[in-house]
Design a protein around this ligand. Sequence first.
Ligand SMILES: [Zn+2]
Length: 362
Amino acid sequence: MPKLMLFVDGTWLYRNTPRLGEVYGTRDFHIHYGLLPKALGDEVARQLGIPELDLVRTYLFGSYPANYDLRDEEAVQRQLDFYATLKEEYHYEVETFPIDFRGRRLRREDRLPGDRFEPKEKCVDIALATALLYYAAIPYAYDLALVVVGDRDYRPVLQHVRRMGKRVAIASIQGCCSPEFSDPEDRLRVKDFDLIWLNDLIDRIELKFERHQRECASPLHVGDRKVWTTYHPRKREQFFCEDCRKKFAMEKAAAQETYVAAAPVAENGHTYDSNGAPALATGCTGRVKKVVRERGFGFVQREDGQEYFFHLTDLEVGLNWEALEEGRTVMFDVRREPTGGKAGAASHLHDIAPLERAAGAN
Ligand SMILES: [Zn+2]
């Protein structure tokens, strides 16, 4: 069975997804990334006239904001959660690169008038091209490469991969695709298949937000825990109902105001968070130092002695807030470093991983 690898320009796809919804007369269209690889693989198999392909792996390349204005915190977190979901739920290989916003808002219309700052995306297209070529050079890694792209910059790499004897398929979006790729005569010799329009696959790749029942994990939830929601938490994420989420967000912000170090200030005077910046640590180990049970937060001390604030909503599945005792060893990510005598901020607290536990036992 021929082996197929998928290479997705995530930045391009995310930016142009609203164009897919226009078929329905709406720009509010979302792709189900769990269904996307198989829908594309089936399409290549159909064009080859074989029942199925061995879909070896899906790579997605994208970027995320770093050093952005704190008011955009929620939007950034959603984006980071999206990448985590691709890895954890759908087993994508995800490569992401930070975009330095220098304290600015994410959207141009939210920035100061006359601010000529232009966020610059780095590495995404080169990373995709490199991976494509790298696996083409590894014997038996793939027979066919399917790229989800629209940008003509990919032309040279597609041509070279074909010269290495690999077959190339291109999937794109109508109106967002270089004419060099969609040329039916393929005068530039970039593909071995008819161009696959995602527009033709929308019925098979649409993410539908279906209502279902879930239990709110909040220890402070009032009333029936079973609530209706369209929200799908990630594997390790605790689910909280709408009411609890709103309440927690306010309580957390209030507690952070008191205990957490101030955010850095940008040249334009805005405060920003360094969340997502590559310098910040992930997978830290530390001990729970203090739990303020009645207010729903606590502090964790890293091995180097630095202290970080956390809220009960920062706990992942497997750590129970009510049973969380001081002195317990946990793992966490750093969202902000401590300064000025105040604590930093931690997130994604989880139980010490089985791998680390095994290493500790030796
Ligand atoms: Zn609740």
